[in-house]
Every structure is written in structure tokens, then in C-alpha cells.
Design a protein. Structure first.
Lengths: 158, 281
């Protein structure tokens, strides 16, 4: 019980929980775990089953793409207050990137199977969770497009 | 003799300056320190530009990137992108360039006294903002929070990295740097520069923002600043157009009604917001 109370407090402090009803937070906490990753440790790897998502409490996680014969390429970092991972929502539920702790990372993880089951049976929870994930997905899409533009390249000759 | 005053008297008159120092910044960019031939001083305001002339190649507008309190030299940071900038880049220390200027409206640093100051820069856009940063830090006590947000393609393309580190080391200035992509070993942010705005810790109701970088970066940067609650009348941008005469005569840099060389290059965003979305301009 004490541990659940602690998790509740941790969730309360994360921006993800802003505006979320206490009852829904309690339901979510039933699927949550407190995790810690040392610098260099992988939270997940590309191709693995996406069975979780993470609310980053502190530290920095690098989202990486790897290719044979060259060092991995960091395409994004997710820091304090960030949300990491939405592949659990989208079939085939496989991670599309690697996620590696750049520093010591403390995060709240959520069991996707557990939460999906609760979301299916409680549409209000499902809606609230989706409402929070859609902006994360939109942001990632927008950011990816901006990176494709090569924002900082020279505009013209002179 | 004050060279700037003389230039204002005859803005078409090209004056010779000697290249005292050249420093390579990035693979395609370098900084030049110039002193007036025959001595003298040079005054400018942050955000202003000069027309740089080199014999046989022509003239090009380049923002001044040095410290406005140092009137002994002019500092320009230049990217080799065309025939003129290539020709200037091929010059050596001790050689001469011609200069007309300074021209244009500056960053309103003094008008921002009493507010939080957010400086949002992308790529080489940090160069025209550096004089404003020098001036703001020299008057640090006159501002609330001072926040510098800078985005670059990769860690190796960060402009003025030593100064960014120095500014970050101050206890009174927040400096956040991000890159679009990085290899292992980079310990900073990765992601678009707009991501730095959230959580930067300024009071949007009392903030003035200076934005400079490629136009597309400024568009998204402004969206992020407005999204954070800064009114567009508190946002200033520095525009780049094909400036030729520098004094609003030739019309090459006309951007809708305004001339970038004379009415800009620094504009208050609410006065030019409509032009920002007109593709033909």
C-alpha cells in the first residue's frame, strides 16, 4: 500500500497527470512501476516488444537509430517531465528505435497490457490517456518534419 | 575620426579596412576582425549590418557579430555560400576589404530593459545576435531572466561553442543548446530548437524575444514562443533579403512594403507577421 501511495505521489508530480481525475490516476497506478536506469543502459531496443511506456521523472534518455558499420545516431532526447514510447499503442507493438539512458534516469513505467485492458473497459480512462498521447505523437511527427527541412541550412547565395 | 559617422554622411562611400585576424568557425564559416586603414573607431548597434566589398567580386551584406562596446574593430562572421563570400574567404590577414555601413535597425536591447529576455537562434543566426547578447550581459542587472536557446544541425556545427559554454557558466543566464542529430558522446539535448522553449522559465507576460536564423526556423520558433504565451508584439526577428544599396534606394530587398535594409533587418514580428506567410515575397 505504501508503495502504491508513493507511486501515486510520483505520478501526481509528472506533467502527464495534470488534469487527470484522481480515480483515473488510481487506476493507472495499478499498472505502474518505479524504475531506475544507469547511464548507458537501454530502456528498450528497436524491434523489441513494446510492452511499456515511460514517464521520465529525472535524467535524459536518448532515442537512437542504429545502422551497421557506423555509430548510432541520436535523433531526440527526452528529459524530465517527458513521455517516452508510444509504440505500445500502435500495431505491431514493436519499438521503432533504441532508447538509451544518457544519464541516470528515474522513470515511472506502465505495463501496456495491463493499461490497455483497463482502457478497453473504461473508455473515460482510454480517452484521457489517448488525449495525452496524441500531442506526444503529433510533436514527434512535427519535429521529424522540421529535422527533414534542415532548418539551419543556408538559404541563398551571396 | 569616427568612421561610422563618416559613413552616415556618405553611405555609398566605401572605406578600406584591414583584416587583422581571421578565425575559422565551422567548415564553411569564418570570423574576421577588421580595423580601419589609417586608424579610427567604428560604432554600431547590435543587429546592424555592413556591406562588405572585395575587389573584383562585389558587395555583400553581412551582420556585425562583435561587441558593440569595442569600437576599435569590426567583427563579421561569414558563411561561404556564394561568389562574394568565397572571395572574401580567400583573403588573408593584412589584406583589405571595403566597407559601407553600419546600416539597418538594431535589436531593441535597451527597450527590453526591465523584461525577461529570450534569445532564440538557429545555426549561423547566432552571429547577428551575439552583439545583443554582449550588450544584454553587460547590462545584466537591467533584465529579469536572460535565456539563450540555440539550435544547430550537429555538435560539430555549433557556432561560438566556447562562448556558449562561458555564458552557460554564468549563474545569471540560462543557456540551452540542442542539435538535430548527434553521435554518442554528445551529452546535450537532441531535437528541434522549438523544443527548448517549453520549460525555459521566462515570464511570457513580461518577455521580449529576439529570433534569428533561417526563415523557416524563425517561423517555427515564433510559433513556439507564441505557444508559450509571448505576445507577437514582444517578438523581434532579423530578416535576410537580397540587399544591394543598404539605404532603401534600389529596392532589391523590398519585402512587401518595407525595405529590409532600411526598415529592418530587425522587425517587430506583429508588424511583419502577414508577410511571413506570403510565399511570393
Amino acid at each position: 500500500m505504501v508503495q502504491v501511495d508513493n507511486l501515486g505521489r510520483i505520478l501526481e508530480e509528472h506533467p502527464f497527470a495534470e488534469g487527470l481525475d484522481q480515480a483515473l490516476k488510481d487506476v493507472m497506478i495499478g499498472c505502474a512501476a518505479n524504475e531506475r536506469f544507469e547511464a548507458g543502459q537501454f530502456l528498450f531496443r528497436e524491434g523489441g516488444d513494446a510492452k511499456k511506456f515511460y514517464l521520465i521523472r529525472s535524467g535524459v534518455v536518448a532515442v537512437e537509430v542504429h545502422a551497421p558499420g557506423r555509430p548510432p545516431l541520436m535523433v531526440e532526447t527526452v528529459g524530465d517531465g517527458g513521455v517516452l514510447g508510444w509504440s505500445w499503442l500502435v500495431p505491431p507493438h514493436k519499438w521503432a528505435f533504441d532508447a538509451r539512458a544518457q544519464t541516470l534516469v528515474r522513470a515511472l513505467s506502465f505495463d501496456a497490457t495491463c493499461l490497455t485492458r483497463k482502457m478497453e473497459s473504461d473508455p473515460a480512462l482510454g480517452y484521457q490517456v489517448m488525449k495525452r498521447f496524441v500531442p506526444v505523437m503529433a510533436h514527434r511527427l512535427h519535429a521529424a518534419r522540421m529535422q527533414m527541412f534542415d532548418l539551419y541550412g543556408p538559404a541563398k547565395k551571396g | 575620426m569616427n568612421v561610422a559617422m563618416q559613413a552616415q554622411a556618405d553611405p555609398m562611400d566605401i572605406r578600406p579596412f584591414r583584416i587583422e585576424k581571421i578565425r575559422k568557425e565551422l567548415a564553411d564559416s569564418f570570423t574576421m576582425e577588421l580595423v580601419p586603414e589609417g586608424g579610427g573607431s567604428f560604432s554600431f548597434k547590435p543587429g546592424q549590418f555592413n556591406m562588405l566589398y572585395t575587389f573584383g567580386a562585389g558587395e555583400v551584406p553581412i551582420s556585425i557579430s562583435g561587441d558593440p562596446s569595442d569600437t576599435s574593430k569590426i567583427v563579421h562572421t561569414i558563411r561561404r555560400v556564394g561568389a562574394v563570400t568565397q572571395a572574401i574567404g580567400n583573403l588573408s590577414e593584412g589584406m583589405a576589404v571595403g566597407i559601407r555601413g553600419p546600416f539597418g535597425k538594431p535589436w531593441p536591447v535597451e527597450e527590453a530593459f526591465g523584461s525577461d529576455l529570450v534569445i532564440l537562434a538557429g545555426g549561423l543566426g547566432l552571429a547577428p545576435l551575439r552583439p545583443a547578447i554582449y550588450m544584454a550581459l553587460a547590462n545584466r542587472h537591467r533584465f529579469g531572466k536572460v535565456v539563450l536557446l540555440y539550435g544547430s544541425r550537429s555538435p560539430s556545427e555549433i557556432l561560438f561553442p566556447k562562448e556558449l559554454e562561458k555564458w552557460r557558466g554564468r549563474f545569471d543566464t540560462k543557456v540551452r543548446v540542442t542539435v538535430d542529430r548527434a553521435e554518442p558522446g554528445w551529452g546535450g539535448h537532441v531535437g528541434v530548437v522549438t523544443k527548448l522553449v517549453k520549460g525555459a522559465g521566462f515570464d511570457p507576460m513580461h518577455t521580449v524575444a529576439f529570433v534569428c536564423g533561417p526563415e523557416i526556423m524563425m517561423r517555427y520558433g515564433i510559433q513556439a514562443l507564441e505557444g508559450a504565451g509571448i505576445d507577437r508584439s514582444g517578438i523581434y526577428v532579423s530578416m535576410e533579403r537580397n540587399m544591394k544599396c543598404g539605404i532603401g534606394l534600389c529596392g532589391h530587398c523590398q519585402w512587401g512594403a518595407p525595405f529590409v535594409c532600411k526598415d529592418g533587418p530587425v522587425f517587430r514580428f506583429d508588424e511583419v507577421a502577414d508577410a511571413f506567410t506570403v510565399r511570393e515575397l
